[in-house]
Design a protein around this ligand. Structure first.
Ligand code: AMP
Length: 419
């Protein structure tokens, strides 16, 4: 028997209402904040992610689904969406549009990770990006928008973690201090951090190893070493967050390891963040577009995993809301009635009214069971006697009441009920 590949999952119809609810909430949120949808390919040139996600990251080093296709192109299934979106921004000359260009996407991402609860190899992200603006008010708006999504979906007890990691002006001097500090305690670092000390020192701050965490507690903090423009940007952002009544926690250990990330980084954590990790994360990437061959373009974005949100929605509301209206059911007895029932069902559907007609050769009782299982509010019964009288019997399934409707009026009557 075939099974879905490890780390992938099927979204069966019974789970679809939660996905629909989430997509609707996202679309509404994006319209509210002025974001337009964009779709970009599921795969891109491997080099785009090597540059856009960054050599030295776990994603690029260990987690990409990369292959050489039959035309000898190096291809990778997208592990995240930002690289593709900024590639599209550059490729389509979107710098000529009014800035910032605000775009969002929902779709599959692929990472070769060790599957566990809430961690998949193919998963879905909602991702939004505001490209072409450096104003800290935009940072605050992006943070507020991310925060609102979870509030709109009924999450409680979340925390908003915020930090500034400076920019290429101030960060090198800060990283030097950080490396000097960790060199002093090098022999007590975990193996991974021994490597990070050279390759990606900022990432030592968010190492999960308890020893490293204890050592990081006394490490220099980026917020204490910002240059004046970065400090002003951060202060302005915090001011806007306060005006918007957004409760945030300053977290000086929140980092992104790559040079093109600048200034603002933030994450939204669930109450049990320790066991699950962030619900979503974002930040400024003023250096990214240059990195992939465009002009320097200040930008900021956010991504959140959709599976983790759906899991929460299911817990909150185990009884799934219906995805579609229950149909009017057309039951029949006998061959002529069967044809008539089919004809009526088609006439209703072609007018956009949900209608269903049982299949095969079932007793009327069995057909009524079909009606209950589909939640049909009304059943039209076409029996031989009724047809002979030019009538059908209309049964209200909620009250059990039944009345006759002339066949000539059947379509209009049923269509009105189906609305
Ligand atoms: P990242 O792009 O790594 O910052 O991830 C952003 C968000 O996507 C995370 O906070 C998770 O909610 C979600 N996410 C990342 N990786 C996975 C995965 N392997 N499976 C499910 N969700 C994921």
């Amino acid at each position: 028997m075939f099974r879905a590949p490890r780390g992938t999952h099927d979204v069966l119809p019974e789970e679809q209402p939660y996905w629909a609810q989430l997509r609707q909430a996202i679309q509404h949120l994006c319209a509210t904040y002025g974001y337009d949808p964009i779709d970009v390919p599921t795969f891109e040139a491997t080099e785009l992610f090597a540059r856009g996600v960054g050599q030295g990251t776990d994603i690029v080093e260990k987690e990409m689904y990369s292959f050489v296709d039959k035309g000898d192109e190096h291809i990778t299934l997208r592990p995240e969406a930002t690289a593709g979106i900024v590639r599209a921004y550059v490729e389509h000359g979107m710098a000529r549009r009014p800035q910032p260009v605000k775009l969002y996407i929902m779709g599959s991402m692929f990472r070769y990770e060790r599957p566990q609860a809430g961690r998949f190899r193919e998963f879905h992200q909602f991702n939004f990006e505001a490209i072409g603006e450096a104003d800290p008010a935009l940072d605050a708006e992006v943070v507020a928008m991310a925060w609102q999504l979870y509030g709109d979906l009924g999450f409680t007890g979340l925390s908003l973690q915020l930090n500034s990691i400076g920019d290429p002006n101030c960060r090198p001097a800060y990283v030097e201090r950080l490396v000097a500090y960790f060199e002093g305690v090098q022999d007590r670092l975990c193996n991974d951090c021994q490597g990070r000390l050279r390759r990606n020192p900022l990432r030592m701050l968010d190492c999960k190893n308890p020893n490293c965490q204890a050592l990081a507690a006394d490490a220099p903090r980026s917020v204490d070493h910002l240059c004046v423009p970065c400090a002003e940007h951060f202060a302005a952002l915090r001011g806007y967050l306060e005006v918007a009544d957004l409760p945030y926690t300053l977290n000086w250990r929140l980092v992104r390891g790559l040079d093109y990330y600048t200034r603002t980084v933030f994450e939204v954590w669930p109450p049990d963040a320790g066991s699950q990790g962030a619900l979503g994360g974002g930040g400024r990437y003023d250096g990214l577009i240059e990195q992939i061959g465009g002009r320097p373009t200040p930008s900021i974005g956010f991504a959140t995993g959709m599976e983790r949100i759906v899991r929460h929605l299911r817990q909150e509301r185990p009884e799934a809301p219906p995805l579609r209206p229950a149909p009017v059911l057309l039951a029949f007895v006998g061959a002529e009635a069967r044809r008539l029932a089919f004809q009526l069902a088609q006439q209703l559907r072609s007018r956009g009214v949900a209608a269903a007609c049982p299949y095969g050769d079932r007793s009327l009782k069995a057909q009524l069971r079909v009606a209950s299982s589909q939640g049909a509010p009304y059943v039209a019964i076409l029996g031989e006697d009724e047809i002979a009288r030019g009538q059908l019997a209309l049964k209200d399934m909620a009250t059990g009441e039944q009345r006759d409707v002339p066949l000539a009026e059947a379509l209009a009557t049923l269509a009105a009920l189906g609305r």
